[in-house]
Every structure is written in structure tokens, then in C-alpha cells.
Write a protein of this length. Structure first.
Length: 309
């Protein structure tokens, strides 16, 4: 969830995405008994789903983007389901060093598309979204393939919370690259891809200073980061849309789509067409798994067209 970097340090510490809450969640997820990790996130998710009005509004906009206006009770049900699913995914991510996390089950659809890329020597980009426990699924991929995976993420407002979560991912052998501050950050990713590595990026969010391309997602326009498509073009590697949905305790369904290949000289029209293709694939996944979309950025969720009362 996004936070306000303009808040005083003490306030950010106790903000929902601040380091104090993250530390408490980590200790419970990593060292708590199995029943605690399996069942307590539902209660926390339900409570936060009732309390966080700004985030509730963002989730409502996401749902209306996909389905339009629906009866109030249906929207309220799906909003709470989203917060509950998010709480479970966050807890399982923080506790992924547990035995259950190391043995997480990932059921792959269209597995042949992924195997063809893994069996080759070429690197590739995974275009994913903030759905399910996507970083746990990246861990499954890394362990099964032997490929080094770099997760590309924006910087969280609380540097200490970011460092805590990055350190946990690092213990599992996953490197995190934060983007948005330096225009040269993409060079290391380009080098990693040319060496046969894998880069995972989220297509449903982008840093403030990065470029984006407008697509249609659901019932209105949506901004997708341009960087992954430019990077795929420069490195001459495929971009594989891949989305994750939680199906149970450390069980995930991984939806794999047809890889997108781009020319070396990428025109604006070609970039827009590729982004729209990825957006169509993301939309199809979200329609089947609406409660798994954890986009709590109200600005990104807003529809510039009427979407009902």
C-alpha cells in the first residue's frame, strides 16, 4: 500500500506500511504457529478493510473498472475479500523462509510457454502485476529453473520497511532492484538479461518519473510503464505476461500467457500495441480473480469516465 512520505518520521514508523507494523507482521508470520499464519490474516484483512477508507475507495474503483457499478452488497463483499486476500499474501511472503514457504506449490497454466524460455539460453522479462503472492511465485520459478531472478520495484516511502522486506527476499536468493531515482538503473537490468537472467516487473504501477503508455483496461484508460517494453526491445528478449493468484495456504495458480516479442527498433505504435496486448491478458486474469488485484493507489485506480454511483 502506498504511504505519505511527507509525514513526520514517527508517524511513518506507525503507518500501515511503516517499519513497526512490518516487523510485527514478520515475527508473527515467520515464527508463529501454523494455525496463526493460516487463519489470523483473515481477521487482520477484514479489520483493515473496514478501517482504511482511501484504500477501500481504490479497490472499489478497481472493481468498477472491471465490472461497472454493481449492488452495494456485492461491492462490499469483494472489497473485503480483496483485503483478506492481500493480508494472506503479505503474511505468506513475510513467512516464506518457513518450511511451508520453501515447499510452496505453484500450479502453472500453459507451462510449455515457460519451459521453452527456461530451456533456452536467452534471458527474458516477466511482466506481472501486484496480484497474489507474486514474489513467492518468483521464488518458485528461481528454484525450479536455476535462473537468477531480479524483481524490479518502486521504492516504498519508508526506507526501513523497504530494507526489511528486501533483506527477507535476499535471504531467499532474490535480488530486488528499485527504480525511479536514476536514469541509468536500467543498464544493470539490460546486462542481466543479456547474461541469460530473468527480470520481473509489475505492469500495473510505475514510478512517478518514469514514462508510461496509455492502454485500455476494463472500462477506461490505464497507464502501463513503458520501460519493460523498451528493455525487451533493447535486449532482444521476450516479455512473458505471468500473473499469480493465491488458491490456499502456500498454494498459487500461475497464469502464463503467450510471450511478446518486440523489434529492436521499437516505434511508439509498436510499443503501444504490445502494451495493449499485455493489458488484455491482465484484464482477462483480473476478471477471473478480481479479489487478487492489490492496487491500492487511488490515483492509479481512478477512472476518468463515469462508472456508476
Amino acid at each position: 500500500m502506498t504511504g505519505d512520505s511527507s509525514l513526520p518520521e514517527a508517524s511513518r514508523t506507525w503507518a500501515l506500511n511503516g517499519v513497526t507494523w512490518r516487523q510485527l507482521a514478520y515475527w508473527g508470520a515467520r515464527f508463529g504457529p501454523n494455525p496463526w499464519l493460516q487463519y489470523s490474516p483473515s481477521w487482520f484483512g477484514f479489520a483493515f478493510g473496514l478501517a482504511l477508507q482511501r484504500e477501500r475507495k481504490a479497490v472499489r474503483q478497481n472493481l468498477r473498472r472491471l465490472f461497472g457499478a454493481r449492488p452495494v452488497w456485492v461491492e462490499e463483499r469483494d472489497i473485503l475479500r480483496t483485503f483478506v486476500a492481500y493480508a494472506h499474501c503479505l503474511a505468506e511472503s513475510l513467512g516464506s523462509a518457513r518450511k511451508e514457504g520453501r515447499e510452496a506449490q505453484c500450479e502453472l497454466s500453459h507451462e510449455g510457454e515457460l519451459k521453452a524460455l527456461l530451456n533456452g539460453q536467452q534471458g527474458f522479462i516477466i511482466g506481472t502485476a501486484h496480484t497474489g503472492a507474486w514474489d513467492v511465485a518468483a521464488q518458485c520459478l528461481m528454484e525450479q529453473s536455476g535462473r537468477k531472478v531480479i524483481l524490479v520495484m518502486d521504492r516504498e516511502p519508508d526506507a526501513r520497511a523497504r530494507a526489511l522486506h528486501d533483506a527477507l527476499r535476499g535471504k531467499r536468493g532474490i535480488e530486488v532492484a528499485h527504480v525511479g531515482a536514476d536514469a541509468l538503473e536500467g543498464l544493470s537490468l539490460l546486462r542481466h538479461l543479456k547474461q541469460g537472467g530473468v527480470v520481473a516487473v509489475q505492469l500495473d504501477r510505475f514510478p512517478e518519473r518514469s514514462r508510461s503508455v496509455q492502454v485500455r483496461l476494463g472500462r477506461g484508460p490505464f497507464q502501463i510503464p513503458l520501460g519493460p517494453f523498451v528493455l525487451a526491445s533493447l535486449a532482444q528478449v521476450p516479455l512473458l505476461p505471468l500473473f499469480v493468484a493465491r488458491r490456499g495456504y502456500y498454494r498459487y495458480a500461475v497464469s502464463i500467457e503467450t510471450a511478446i516479442r518486440l523489434p529492436r527498433r521499437l516505434s511508439p505504435g509498436e510499443a503501444e500495441a504490445a502494451a495493449q496486448r499485455a493489458a488484455h491478458q491482465l484484464e482477462a486474469f483480473l476478471l477471473d480473480n478480481p479479489e487478487q488485484w492489490f492496487n491500492f493507489d487511488l490515483h492509479a485506480a481512478e477512472l476518468p469516465v463515469p462508472c456508476g454511483p
